[in-house]
Design a protein around this ligand. Structure first.
Ligand code: GTQ
Length: 349
């Protein structure tokens, strides 16, 4: 095409855009830089939620509404850069769920995958598709997509865990389905510990064929995870960014426990001064043991047990352990890796 006549300046462009709008069309050149930026642009902000500060509010929620009425009595951790959007990162949801002695959070299922990371108390259970597991602090429990699950607390103390769900991901696909079970609990069909014995002991039933992408193990007990870290540390092979970091796997294929959410546990020795690290998976940390600091994009956050902090995509961060620390974390890494999108950068590259 030939060059446009000189009189067609910015003014007539605006008129053109207005006419385009009526046709449900718009000019790419006005937004190309925003649609295809050179590096990740995120509204997700680094933040820390102090458990000590949140604990009275969690307790208050327990006086305000029952688990039965609430269905799930949860305080959502809202990323300060995306308030009201019920997400802690662009792709993930997180919340602290409280269940009081004697309460039941009724059975339901949904296409969203969920993880529970137990932060306070023990003796509550989650039942997944007919098997119950009793949860202890530091246990990592999954309820894969479309599995029936109910929670109950048969102990004499409140139990709180961190929920992590892929709600924003499933929303982006508009692939949400959910239903309630007719009774508050789903019938139990297998004894406690069955899944761990069958699938989580370095063995698999000889003719086992998995029925989906999620791990058949649904509780990864902290006692086992902690013991693995404790034994490995004797080798003193600390990664300069992560200390000693393990990822939870589906024992059937070595993939993440759930297809949309990757989960990790790491040990930092006392005095650890991590090198800067960044990756494209915004990551949510839940502190299990110890104390220290996380410097995220130039802001220093002090962490203590049960605190949650979030690192946005591609933002450099460093971990500094004033006390020996154990950190649980989760992110959307498995999906990014599956799609060939995931990147990381270590040190001061
Ligand atoms: O326990 O099933 O925090 O469905 C949000 C949605 C927990 C759950 C949440 C849920 C659940």
């Amino acid at each position: 095409m030939s060059a446009p006549p000189a009189k067609e300046g910015a003014g007539s462009r605006e008129a053109f855009y207005t006419r385009l709008e009526e046709e449900n069309l718009s000019p790419l050149w006005e937004v190309l830089h925003a649609l295809v930026p050179e590096r990740p642009q995120t509204r997700c902000r680094p933040a820390l939620w102090s458990y000590e500060r949140a604990r009275p509010f969690i307790e208050e929620s327990g006086r305000l509404i029952t688990a039965e009425e609430a269905v799930r009595r949860v305080l959502i951790l809202e990323n300060p850069g995306m308030k009201g959007e019920h997400r802690i990162t662009t792709t993930l949801y997180a919340g602290w769920q409280l269940i009081l002695p004697g309460e039941i959070a009724p059975a339901h299922r949904h296409t969203q995958s969920a993880l529970r990371f137990i932060v306070e108390g023990e003796g509550a259970y989650t039942a997944v598709d007919g098997e119950r597991t009793i949860m202890h602090e530091g246990d990592f429990v999954i309820t894969p997509s479309w599995t029936w699950h109910d929670h109950g607390n048969e102990s004499d103390r409140p139990v709180v865990w961190l929920d992590g769900l892929d709600i924003p991901i499933v929303k982006a696909f508009e692939a949400t389905f959910a239903e309630n079970y007719p009774d508050s609990t789903h019938p139990l069909t297998r004894p406690q510990g069955d899944a761990l014995a069958r699938f989580g002991s370095g063995l698999l039933p000889v003719d086992y064929e998995s029925s989906g992408p999620a791990s058949p193990v649904f509780n990864y007990p902290y006692a086992r995870t902690r013991e693995a870290l404790e034994t490995m540390r004797r080798q003193e092979e600390w990664d300069p960014c992560h200390g000693l970091k393990l990822r939870y796997v589906n024992p059937v294929n070595g993939a993440s426990a759930m297809p949309t959410i990757g989960t990790f546990m790491q040990l930092l020795p006392k005095g650890f001064q991590g090198l800067p690290y960044r990756s494209t998976d915004a990551t949510v940390f839940s502190v299990v043991e110890g104390g220290g600091r996380a410097e995220i994009g130039g802001t220093v956050f002090r962490y203590s047990p049960r605190d949650v902090f979030v690192v946005p995509s591609w933002m450099p961060y460093r971990l500094m352990a004033d006390e020996e620390s154990v950190l649980f974390s989760f992110s959307d890494r498995p999906i990014q890796q599956m799609l060939g999108l995931w990147r990381e950068m270590r040190g001061n590259e």
